[in-house]
Design a protein around this ligand. Structure first.
Ligand SMILES: [Zn+2]
Length: 321
């Protein structure tokens, strides 16, 4: 890297103010960092990048109020108005280790520190996230979300501890998995299952009535939207709720019947075929068969052409970097 630390106070346009809060313009910041000789890629020193992220959080924190400060651990930078910010950062380190151990995903030690923001007031949370035009995550209205644009981060609204922890872990799973294009059904299932593993509780429930609801809901057309991920945002009837539940049913079945092969299955599962090729290779059974075991016989196989159309992916195009 260059010999000087890049001070973002001296970079024109590094931040823009929206809804009263400073937002980094990462295009401007990356250009300035390149100009200052900041290197990235394999073997690069990550501390200068973490320092830029810290500068962003300091600036945002002072706009949010004097209680806000940064907590830090090996893998996380936490912006929080609460005194236990360092403990929260260490807790996140441990949660991340569990997620990595359970899924076999890459450990992310080639990345700068991950960011989690805790908000002390609901209004501040909404001011912050409402101006982020790329909010992923379905808990926006309630408790937290994952913002994938710019420098990925998770935001958590104030709330009861149990609710915050589950939401935080759900969005953390999404954030840690952002580098790989997972089938959404599988990622959502893990984002529900892993918080239960880490927090040592399981709200998952299945009974005769649930199975009947699934059998009444899913048609081949709706299941095609399940494989592409569109069903998770479907507001009709119970489609979205049942999509989450079905994703857990299928994933829990795989974890139970093929515990030793789960990591390989997960590692090779791609969004473009919903993980079908990986299931056939590592489990010796298609996803359509796993679904048929729940719904009964039917035309349940993922259709890559339909999935790519839903996802807006050109199946022949080289993968985006
Ligand atoms: Zn989710």
């Amino acid at each position: 890297m260059g010999d000087a630390r890049l001070d973002l106070d001296g970079v024109d346009g590094a931040f823009v103010t929206i809804e009263g809060l400073p937002r980094p313009d990462w295009d401007v910041i990356l250009k300035a960092a390149a100009g200052a000789g900041y290197a990235y890629g394999a073997g690069a020193d990550l501390e200068p990048w973490t320092d830029l992220v810290r500068q962003w959080l300091v600036r945002l924190g002072s706009a949010l109020g004097s209680a806000y400060a940064i907590g830090e651990s090996d893998g996380f930078l936490v912006l929080s108005p609460f005194d236990d910010r360092n403990e929260r950062a260490s807790w996140l380190d441990r949660a991340r280790s569990s997620i990595i151990k359970y899924t076999g995903m890459p450990n992310g030690d080639d990345m700068a520190k991950s960011v989690v923001m805790f908000f002390g007031e609901a209004e501040q949370y909404y001011s912050y996230v409402s101006a982020s035009d790329d909010v992923a995550g379905e808990y926006i209205a309630s408790a937290g979300c994952f913002i994938s644009r710019g420098y990925c981060h998770v935001c958590v609204a104030p709330g009861p501890k149990w609710s915050i922890e589950h939401t935080l872990l759900h969005e953390l799973v999404h954030m840690l998995m952002v580098a790989k294009p997972n089938p959404l059904w599988l990622e959502e299932a893990l984002a529900e299952i892993l918080p239960g593993v880490i927090l040592d509780y399981s709200p998952f429930h299945v009974d005769h009535e649930m199975i009947e609801r699934h059998q009444a809901c899913w048609t081949p057309e709706r299941l095609a939207a399940f494989w592409s991920g569109h069903a998770f945002g479907d507001g009709r009837d119970d489609v979205s709720e049942l999509a989450y539940h079905l994703s857990e049913l299928v994933t829990r079945r795989i974890l139970q019947d093929w515990p030793k092969r789960f990591k390989e299955f997960f590692g090779d599962a791609m969004d473009t075929d919903a993980g079908q090729a990986s299931a056939l290779r590592h489990l010796g059974v298609g996803l359509d068969q796993l679904v048929a075991d729940i719904l009964g016989p039917g035309d349940w196989a993922p259709d890559p052409a339909r999935i790519c159309a839903d996802l807006g992916i050109d199946p022949d195009a080289p993968e985006e970097s």
